[in-house]
Write a new protein. Structure first.
Length: 196
């Protein structure tokens, strides 16, 4: 099984093999072997429960296999890290709902309020992760524009580049973020469907 010792395949090559019509199971196994421990560490860091963490990571790989031909993935590490964080937040929200049901102070309004808060926190973390992975100048332009509220001429002066270059970097950043959000919307829809 797997690819043997003669060659290490890149994430991009593994994804291409995984998403072909005749899916390459050994590519899936290679992704699983490459990322299982990393994802488990992320999940365990949040949940502090080995069994719950393993269940979360297993679910992510099952979903990746089931949706391999449908999902668009720009970066495999970012996609999987985001998937595990989202699954962790869902697990925490579910546990909180169970605790609320047991608690004498339980109200339906509290539980309904928690879910959007969890999603908002997750999306904020996800966008921060994507922003951090942008090329350096692209990332700086985006931060100046969206987080510090600077306009294009001010950013151009600050970075000593032309306004056209600023526009190009900003356009690239927004394109990457839009593509990444498509991935995450799909993840969220899958997670929500699994609740029914």
């Amino acid at each position: 099984m797997g690819y043997g010792a003669q060659r290490i395949y890149t994430d991009t090559e593994l994804l291409e093999r995984l998403q072909r019509k005749a899916s390459d199971e050994s590519a899936f196994e290679a992704i699983y072997d490459r990322y299982w421990n990393k994802l488990l560490a992320i999940a365990y860091n949040h949940l502090r429960d080995k069994q719950a963490s393993e269940e979360v990571v297993q679910e992510i790989f099952i979903t990746l296999w089931e949706r391999r031909s449908k999902v668009e993935i720009e970066s495999l590490p970012a996609y999987l890290a985001t998937a595990v964080k989202f699954a962790v937040f869902k697990a925490i929200a579910t546990e909180k709902r169970h605790q609320d049901l047991i608690s004498s102070n339980y109200t339906q309004e509290t539980v309904q309020w928690d879910e959007p808060q969890i999603h908002a926190r997750f999306l904020e973390e996800y966008l921060n992760t994507v922003t951090e992975s942008l090329p350096e100048k692209c990332r700086l332009v985006f931060i100046y524009s969206r987080q510090q509220g600077l306009v294009i001429p001010d950013i151009a002066r600050e970075m000593n580049i032309s306004p056209k270059t600023v526009e190009a970097h900003l356009s690239k950043a927004l394109k990457i973020l839009r593509l990444s959000l498509k991935d995450i919307q799909l993840l969220m829809m899958v997670a929500l469907l699994k609740e029914f």
